[in-house]
Every structure is written in structure tokens, then in C-alpha cells.
Design a protein around this ligand. Sequence first.
Ligand code: SAH
Length: 220
Amino acid sequence: MTHSDFSGIGMTSQRTRDRMVSRLKEQGIQDQRVLSVMREVPRHCFVEEALASRAYEDTALPIGHGQTISQPYIVARMTEVLLQTQPMQQVLEVGTGSGYQAAILSRLVRHLQSVERIMALSDQARYRFRQLKLRNIRLRHSDGGMGMPDYAPYDGIIVTAAPEGIPHALVKQLRPGGVIIMPIGDSEEQILIRVTRTEEGYEKEFLERVSFVPLLGGVT
Ligand code: SAH
């Protein structure tokens, strides 16, 4: 995709994006910071051209390699919950995928590390961030199931693929008071949870039912 593609479609889709944001409000998203960033970031730039016209529907879409870009409501919800606690200086995302969730986060947190196990997706996301001039995202092609200790401790971690249980390595990489927003469960049933690191261990809250691709090991 060339630079002119971004600006061209970007202009014409502002109204579609405004409608998406109205829908997010109806669905209960209240954080104005999240709504305003979602009004700006061109979601259609994160899917292949053949799907661009569907980019603002409230649905997950395929991004190749058996993976999906999360539906707008889920991106908004996870971001809103992440921002509810302390200021987010250092944030980790596990599962870059298309890069859309990372692009939203990058406008709302100071530094974002994002890790993806599929090289082709990671390369594509890197190209998109460069085109959109998002400069506070550091990408890594690696298995992020154990987190990314190099930049720990984190104020927040977002996991966009579902493990069956809470990965303790991730909890260890949080600062006290830090939070992980993540789905857990199997292909039948998953639930979005917030894990908060405490002095002694962690607390866990259930947020809502969700459906994500599984967190897998290794790189490809
Ligand atoms: N945040 C993405 C969602 C993509 S779907 C978006 O906005 O588009 C989840 C992604 O997690 C997939 O790209 C998948 O390859 C990746 N993933 C799964 N297990 C992983 C792991 N252990 N480490 C890093 N990435 C992983």
C-alpha cells in the first residue's frame, strides 16, 4: 500500500469512522480519550485492500495466517480498562497482529512494546507504523507468551490472544499496581479479565465474555 492510499481513503472514511464511534458509545464506551483516538486512526489501513470497505463494521476481520484484527468494540474496551488505573508510561502488547490495537495504544501511552510471533505480520505492522508516523512503538518478532523482560516493569500489559490460564511470567513483569488486560480460556469459552499486581501477588476480575485466537508458542 502506498502513502497516497492512506491519505486518500482516510479522507473519505471520516464519516464512517464517526459512525463507528457513535456505535461504540451506544455499546458503553465512555472514555473520551479512547473515543477520540478511535475517531482518528484509519482502521482500514490495517486490513488488506479487499476488506477496507468493511473495516468500520463492528466485527473481527481476517488478516491472513489464520489470525484476525479484533473488533472495534473489544479494542476500545480493552484500552478503556487499561487506562482506568495509573498513567501508562511503559506498556507491553502481546500479539501485534495487524497493528491496529498498537496504533490506538501508541496515542494514549508513553512507550509501547509490541511482540508478534508471525514474522510476516510483524513486518507489515512495522511498515504501517512508519507510514502513519507512529514513533513510540517498538516491535519485536518473538514469542511473547513469557512477556518481554527487557523493558519490564510495565504499568500495563495487553494480551490480544488467549492463553488457557494466567501466565505468571507476565504478572512478574508488572510494577505494583500495574494491570494486565487479557482473555483467558479455550476455543469454547473465553473471558476478558483484569489482573492487578499487588504487593503480595495479584488480584483478578472478570470483565466479559470474548472470543480471541489462541496464544501459541514459538515463532514462524
Ligand atoms: N492486536 C491485534 C490482534 C491480532 S490477533 C490487532 O489489533 O490486530 C492476535 C495476534 O497474537 C496474532 O497475530 C497472533 O499471531 C499473535 N500471537 C499469538 N500467540 C503469540 C505469542 N505467543 N507471542 C506473540 N504473538 C502471539
